[in-house]
Design a protein. Structure first.
Length: 311
């Protein structure tokens, strides 16, 4: 693996369908390389996102796609999302990623790290774990199950507003094969909060699933979607949290926050941002990068999850 050591500042931009109120910019140094990292939300405006991607193409070192997946995974298959592909295809020159490669490597490792370093604070064996959506984080879903968690997968609840929990990976795989071919054709806004939806007050519709869990894991916008007023004693395992998000979780009584991506300039960026940085360090395209490349960089960078005791 060749790791870039040039001194010029490299620019990575995440273009997100999410709220522009969550925009953030930071400069940092990784493996001797300076980076300027920026997140730009387009408030759910798909046309604006495409225009911005076309403007950035060839002008920055790597691009991340936020607020949308290009691919969703079951145990055996990969499904391309229409809207994710449309955004990716707007970029012709610059390496572009959606974060799914890191979800499948880094987030597996985070669960293993928790087993090793947080066993007293956040035990996993026999704990009731609500994973709000596993089809976009299959690596984390498998890792929690392997750690002995008593799993509830909320894909039908949180993505489709259907009060039907899933309890096993086998059942999850069956549902993925049945639903993902059709879901992949839908606008992303049908299944995931984007733009102004991310600013709406949570709808306390499925409180019972939060109340029944010791650990609540997965995408933060899905967690927030039906988040109840009280989360007393719950551990939250997620990513992409702002300082305001952390204060809100603490005010609701959550006990621990584990963010799978490290804190940069006061907030945790999404996996799409970190994966874009990885491509720059590797000097590779998304198609060329391998899981082994990512795991090697995770070790070299000594990446650890962000862990905060909230209450």
């Amino acid at each position: 693996m060749v790791v870039s050591t040039q001194r010029a500042t490299r620019v990575v931009v995440s273009v997100s369908l999410g709220s522009s109120k969550r925009d953030h910019e930071v400069e940092t140094e990784l493996l001797g390389q300076r980076f300027r990292i920026r997140r730009v939300g387009t408030d759910g405006n798909f046309r604006k996102a495409v225009q911005l991607l076309e403007e950035l193409d060839g002008q920055v070192d790597a691009i991340g796609l936020g607020g949308v997946d290009v691919y969703l995974y079951s145990r055996s298959q990969r499904y391309a999302l229409r809207d994710g592909l449309r955004l990716m295809n707007a970029v012709k020159k610059t390496p572009v990623v959606d974060g799914s490669g890191l979800k499948n490597s880094l987030e597996r490792q985070v669960v293993g790290w928790m087993r090793e370093h947080l066993q007293q604070e956040i035990p996993l064996q026999d704990r009731r774990i609500l994973m709000v959506c596993a089809m976009d984080r299959f690596g984390m879903a498998e890792a929690f199950a392997a750690a002995g968690g008593r799993m509830t997968y909320g894909d039908l609840i949180f993505a489709l507003d259907r009060d039907q929990p899933i309890y096993t990976l086998e059942e999850l795989g069956d549902w993925a094969q049945r639903l993902l071919p059709d879901i992949a054709k839908m606008p992303i806004s049908f299944v995931y909060p984007i733009g102004k939806q991310q600013e709406s007050a949570p709808d306390e519709k499925y409180t019972k699933y939060y109340d029944d869990a010791d650990i609540i894991a997965g995408d933060f916008h899905f967690i927030r979607k039906y988040m109840p007023a009280r989360l007393d004693g719950r551990a939250i395992v997620t990513n992409t949290v702002t300082a305001e998000d952390v204060r809100d979780l603490a005010a609701r009584g959550a006990s621990w926050l584990v963010a799978t991506t490290p804190e940069l300039g006061g907030r945790s960026f999404g996996t799409n941002v970190l994966e874009a940085v990885f491509l720059v360090l590797l000097g590779k395209t998304w198609e060329e990068a391998t899981a082994e490349d990512y795991l090697d960089l995770i070790e070299r960078l000594d990446l650890r999850p962000r862990v905060e005791k909230l209450n």
